[in-house]
Structure formats: structure tokens, C-alpha cells
Design a binder for this molecule. Structure first.
Ligand code: NIG
Ligand code: FE
Length: 408
């Protein structure tokens, strides 16, 4: 094990107060901004690459303890800030194929639902992803992940859901395992989203029976996924179907997540709370009682303002959620249908402009609360002794610049 330090950062944001408040009602005082800050961390070797391991110390550069005075130091000359590595807790990043024609159709007035009813939408990507080899999916996803890393994201959740047969869903999970080996500086979490849509030509109850009785047990046995998600919405899966699938997932050790109340309100956020889900995501149409139940739970509300923007839909009631004391995370939802963009900083700009979120709220949403939506908050989301040293050294002086500058 070796140790290193970064000194004279323009600012270090530890996020310690965000952890103390467990991600709720975050204000500027909770960020723990340290001007002219320094950080000491350990390194270790993973897959032949030297990778930062744990944070040892954080504080003002002038208070660097004697104990660390001999470690090799890099001087950031007050030009670069350091924050916890960003977390994108909701993506559909592994896919093949092209949906630009559907985008054009939507721009010409067709709705997402109409396109899906005609057999397009998710099922277009399913065809292309099934046809793609594992090697091709790895190549496509790797190029995307390099961009994601460049923009400060160190932890990414990747959903399946473009295979929709046991075999092709497991192929996607194996692709995610291969990506983990290729990107040792990132943490990649795999979510099984077999219940993303009912594949064409398949009986719906038979499809759900297979997920519950065959695919989930196989995934659990082989330890191929970390969490399970269901698209609970009109035209996709009902609350009862979602409950049955997610209870089965929990029996196989996979915590629940839900695509909830996106196109229509089906009180799916309340189902997420009932199941003790890690997160309820989208929430464009969440009801007041859904907001109330989230505020009394440990379930994170994951907001995806890029998707509403790209669909020209009404944004989620972010201020209502935040003011009710709900824990809010932000993520890209990167996918070829409803947000063909992998940039979390772009989503942060949209959150500032369209969700009315403040800087401290945005910071918490892409660090600690993103970690909590993945069950990783014990080691990620803040910079404190003992946390993972997967921090981001910004190419900017202040955290705010990462989303004030648009689409860098
Ligand atoms: O999160 N809402 C469901 N699934 C994706 C869209 C997937 C697609 O259109 O390919 C979403 O928006
Ligand atoms: Fe999604």
C-alpha cells in the first residue's frame, strides 16, 4: 500500500453534513466546503492498475498533519476543486442499435406511447441488443463509460432490460461483469430489469412466471446482479405484477427499485415504500400521498430531469418532494429512447433550471443520495477518513462550475 496527497485544491467539498442529515433538507452549511483544501489517500493495485483506495485525511492544506508530511504531493495551485466521485444511480447504458428515426417521429408529433404500441420503443432496442455479440456490447458500453468517467462519475448503475429472455438478459449481466474488469477505477452496479416490457409474441403471465420461477433464481445463484427493477406503468407492468416480481427478487437477495409513476400515476411510489425499495425513480406523476409515503421512508426519490426534457413532459414535482423532506437523487436515465445523453452534469444543469434545485441539493443528489439509492452510502458519497477514495478532481475551481458550464 502507498500513500499520496493532493494539496492546495481551490476547495474540497466533503459532504460530511449531508451524511449527518442522511441526505434530507440539505443546505449550504452541510457541504463542508474547505477552501485551499488537501486530501491524503491510499492506493492499491487492482487488475494490474494502481487505483486510489481509501481516504486517510481531509482538511485545510495548512493543517496537514506531520504524520503525512513525507507523502508524495501534487499541488493543484488553487485551480481545481475536489468532490466525492459523482454517482449516476440510474442508467440503461448497455444497448445496441439506433432509434434516431423514432426521435424524428416524436419531433413530428408522435408520442412515446404511440411508438411503443406500434412495436417500436423499447422493443426496437431489444431486437438490436439481442442480435449484438457480447464483444460488441462491451465495445459500445466502454466508449460510453469513458465519457461518463471524464465527467466525474465514478459509480454507475447499469440496468438490463433490452434482452427480455433469460439468455439475453444474462448476456447483458455478463457484459457488465466484463466492464467491471475493464474499468477498475469505477464501481459498476448491475440491475436486473427483465420486467422492462413484455417481449413481443410472448404471453404476459407466462413471461412473469418465468422471471419469478426461472430467471431470478438463476441470477441469484450466480450472483450476477445487485438489484432488481420493474417498470410499473400503464401498458407495462401493474402494481401487483411489480410486487410479485420484486418480492421474488428480495428472496434471492436482490433489493428492489421501481420505475414509478412516470407516464401515469399508479401509486407505484407507495409500492416502493411498502417493499422497502432502495429507490423510486422518475415520479413525473407522483401523487401527494406518494410524496407523503416517501417522506416517511428510507426509499430515495431518483429524479431524471433529462428524460422529462427529452420527452417534452412535465417535470417531477421536485420542490414538493424536497420540501416534504424526501431524499432526492439525480441520475441520467441514459438510454436510446427517452434520454440519449450520458452526461450527469447536463442533468444537473436541467435540475437547476427546471426542478428549482439549489446547489447543495444538487450536490447531495449526485453524491450521498445517489450512493443511498444503490445501498452504497456506508463508503461512498462523502469524503471522510475511511471512505472510498474515488473522488473527482474537477477541471474547475468550484463545484458549481460543473453544471453552470453547459454540456462540456
Ligand atoms: O427509463 N421508462 C422506462 N424505460 C426507459 C426508456 C427505455 C427506452 O425507451 O428504451 C426510461 O425512460
Ligand atoms: Fe429508466
Amino acid at each position: 500500500m502507498t500513500f499520496e496527497a493532493l494539496v492546495h485544491a481551490s476547495e474540497v467539498i466533503t459532504g460530511r453534513g449531508v451524511r449527518l442529515k442522511d441526505g434530507k433538507r440539505i443546505t449550504d452549511e452541510d457541504l463542508g466546503r474547505i477552501p485551499d483544501g488537501a486530501i491524503v489517500y491510499s492506493r492499491h493495485s487492482v487488475a494490474g492498475q494502481s487505483v486510489p483506495k481509501k481516504v486517510e485525511w481531509v482538511g485545510p492544506t495548512e493543517e496537514l498533519p506531520k504524520k503525512w508530511s513525507e507523502v508524495p504531493k501534487t499541488d493543484l495551485k488553487r485551480k481545481r476543486a475536489i468532490v466525492p466521485g459523482l454517482i449516476d444511480c440510474h442508467t440503461h447504458l448497455v444497448f445496441a442499435g439506433d432509434r434516431s428515426a423514432e426521435f424524428a417521429a416524436r419531433c413530428g408529433g408522435a408520442s412515446y406511447e404511440e411508438i411503443a404500441q406500434k412495436g417500436g420503443g423499447i422493443l426496437t432496442t431489444v431486437k438490436a441488443t439481442r442480435a449484438a455479440s457480447e464483444a460488441r456490447l462491451i465495445r459500445l458500453a466502454s466508449a460510453r463509460l469513458r465519457e461518463v468517467y471524464r465527467r466525474g462519475v465514478r459509480t454507475v448503475e447499469l440496468k438490463t432490460g433490452y434482452g427480455l429472455t433469460a439468455e439475453s438478459e444474462i448476456k447483458t449481466l455478463r457484459v457488465i461483469q466484463a466492464l467491471r474488469r475493464k474499468f477498475p477505477k469505477m464501481t459498476l452496479k448491475a440491475t436486473y430489469l427483465g420486467a422492462h416490457a413484455v417481449p413481443s409474441g410472448v404471453d404476459r403471465s407466462e413471461y412473469i412466471r418465468k422471471i419469478v420461477e426461472e430467471t431470478l433464481p438463476a441470477i441469484g445463484r450466480q450472483n450476477l446482479a445487485d438489484t432488481c427493477d420493474v417498470f410499473v406503468d400503464e401498458g407495462y407492468f401493474t402494481r401487483d405484477e411489480g410486487r410479485a416480481i420484486l418480492l421474488a427478487a428480495q428472496r434471492h437477495g436482490l433489493p428492489a427499485k421501481i420505475h414509478a409513476d412516470e407516464m401515469t400515476n399508479t401509486e407505484a411510489a407507495t409500492l416502493a415504500v411498502e417493499l422497502g425499495a432502495l429507490s423510486a425513480d422518475h415520479l413525473l406523476k407522483i401523487s401527494d400521498s406518494g410524496i407523503q409515503s416517501l417522506s416517511r421512508s428510507s426509499t430515495v426519490a431518483v429524479l431524471l430531469p433529462g428524460t422529462a426534457f427529452y420527452l417534452k413532459a412535465h417535470q417531477a414535482p421536485a420542490r414538493k418532494l424536497l420540501d416534504a423532506g424526501v431524499r432526492v437523487a439525480l441520475a441520467t436515465d441514459f438510454n436510446p429512447g427517452t434520454f440519449m445523453c450520458s452526461s450527469l452534469p447536463v442533468v444537473m444543469t436541467l435540475a437547476a433550471l427546471y426542478l428549482g434545485m439549489t446547489c447543495p441539493e444538487i450536490f447531495a443528489a449526485v453524491t450521498y443520495n445517489g450512493a443511498k439509492a444503490l445501498g452504497l452510502e456506508a463508503h461512498k458519497g462523502t469524503l471522510e477518513p475511511g471512505s472510498d477514495a474515488d473522488f473527482w478532481v474537477l477541471p474547475f475551481r468550484k463545484f458549481e462550475e460543473s453544471y453552470y458550464r453547459f454540456a462540456w
